[in-house]
Design a protein around this ligand. Structure first.
Ligand code: ADE
Length: 420
């Protein structure tokens, strides 16, 4: 490990590799780079400190650089013990970013690093899963007076924040960046769809064609995973608790089953529900020999890994990020320790999709700063115009042109008199 008061990273000799990966991400994140160029000129975050708990990936590095270009001092840790890209963390440490993160963090280091970010006394917090905002509210309340607001990246974090708001304990305004169309309808769908399968394939190298893939949860992430598994020739079964989503999955052509029944049929099980113990021991006891389990939900609670560890008669590591457990004489393979497989085993979502997600973060920070003191504590969403702007920036970056309404069309859209 390489440690100073400004960083704790695995290996500084990885700096050049980190820089080259960040450059690769930059080339695919044109929309965010456009915002970075504007921030460089306007310096909207001069004299502000921004604390982030986000997966420390090459794409997150581009976001961090966008915020420093805008004049902010940035401190970052990860939001998952297995998701840090060590080369990227090393590269950030060599820039003006304070960074505490390494892949494979102990639970103690994970907590200490969140505390380190809080110690920088951030004016703005950017969270992915709500652990940093939770820390500030439960352990460092005195710091909240100087916090202008926060931004939350993911569904699980937004759910936690809404629960905090419901209990009347959320003391800062937080933008649910996840709720942008340009976030959850792109990142959760195309991003999770591709990167989850990428993680499972890197861990196992199984052939998906001809397999039965059970997708637990049919939110935007589950929809994306099901679509891509289907596209690679798997038969997809969906499990759901929400009646409407189950109906959608049925109309999309998938078989819906309760997990208890799907358990004995599936070859690959992927959890993306945001809830705990979706795959339990009683399900695992019904599974076929050689099944693969993977989770792509934010926290490692969806598969009962603890129960599996306790009850298995044998456990060994097949190779990094793939473990085998023997339960009732049958083998169960677990990817990435049941942590989010796309980041623990692969590289997370591709840069193109993170471009729009992180335009959302960058513009949400700007929105918080512009509206300093005006937003009440609670969960907020960005105005639709900002979401639309992000879509336009991304289309522009991709060289795609779209039609504009004629004045006649513009008028028709806002007219109620003209009917049949
Ligand atoms: N979440 C999912 N993929 C990610 C990535 N590449 N970078 C940061 N956060 C992510």
């Amino acid at each position: 490990m390489n440690t100073t008061e400004n960083y704790h990273v695995k290996d500084l000799s990885l700096v050049e590799q980190g820089k080259s990966n960040i450059q690769l991400a930059e080339e695919r994140m044109g929309a965010l780079i456009g915002i970075r160029d504007r921030f460089t000129l306007e310096k909207p975050f001069r004299d502000l400190r921004i604390g982030m708990a986000l997966h420390v990936t090459k794409e997150t590095a581009v976001l961090a650089q966008t915020l420093t270009a805008g004049g902010a001092e940035v401190a970052i840790t990860s939001c998952n013990p297995l998701s840090t890209q060590d080369d990227v963390a090393a590269a950030l440490a060599k820039e003006k970013v304070r960074v505490w993160a390494y892949k494979g963090e102990t639970a103690i280091d994970y907590r200490t690093f969140i505390a380190n970010v809080a110690d920088t006394k951030p004016h703005i917090v950017i969270d992915d899963g709500c652990d940093l905002i939770d820390h500030l509210h439960t352990k460092r309340q005195e710091l909240l007076v100087d916090v202008i607001g926060g931004c939350e990246e993911t569904t699980t974090g937004v759910n936690r924040l809404r629960a905090m708001q419901g209990e009347g304990v959320l003391r800062i305004p937080v933008i649910a960046v996840n709720d942008n169309n340009t976030k959850h309808l792109l990142d959760n769908y195309y991003g999770t769809g591709q990167s989850t399968l990428d993680g499972i394939l890197r861990a196992t190298n199984i052939l998906l064609a001809g397999k039965t893939v059970v997708v637990a949860g049919y939110g935007s992430c589950g929809k994306g995973v099901a679509m891509r598994a289907d596209g690679m020739g798997a038969q997809v079964i969906v499990t759901e608790m929400d009646a409407f989503r189950a109906l959608q999955a049925t109309y999309d052509g998938y078989k819906i089953l309760p997990m208890h029944e799907a358990a004995s049929i599936g070859d690959v099980f992927i959890t993306v529900t945001g809830n705990r113990h979706v795959v339990r021991l009683d399900h695992m006891r019904r599974m076929k020999n050689g099944v693969v389990l993977a989770n792509s939900g934010h926290f490692d609670v969806e598969i009962d890994v603890e129960g599996l560890r306790r009850e298995a008669s044998q456990h060994y590591q097949v190779r990094p990020q793939l473990d085998a457990y023997v339960l009732d004489g049958r083998k169960i393979y677990l990817c990435g320790e049941g942590r989010l497989v796309n980041l623990a085993v692969a590289e997370g979502h591709p840069s193109e999709v993170m471009a729009t997600s992180f335009c959302g973060q960058a513009l949400a920070v700007e929105y918080l700063v512009k509206n300093r003191g005006k937003l009440v504590p609670g969960v907020h969403v960005l105005p639709k115009e900002i979401d639309d702007l992000i879509a336009r920036l991304q289309l522009h970056a991709m060289g795609v042109t779209i039609d504009a309404p004629t004045s006649e069309q513009q008028k028709y859209k806002t007219e109620w008199r003209e009917g049949t």
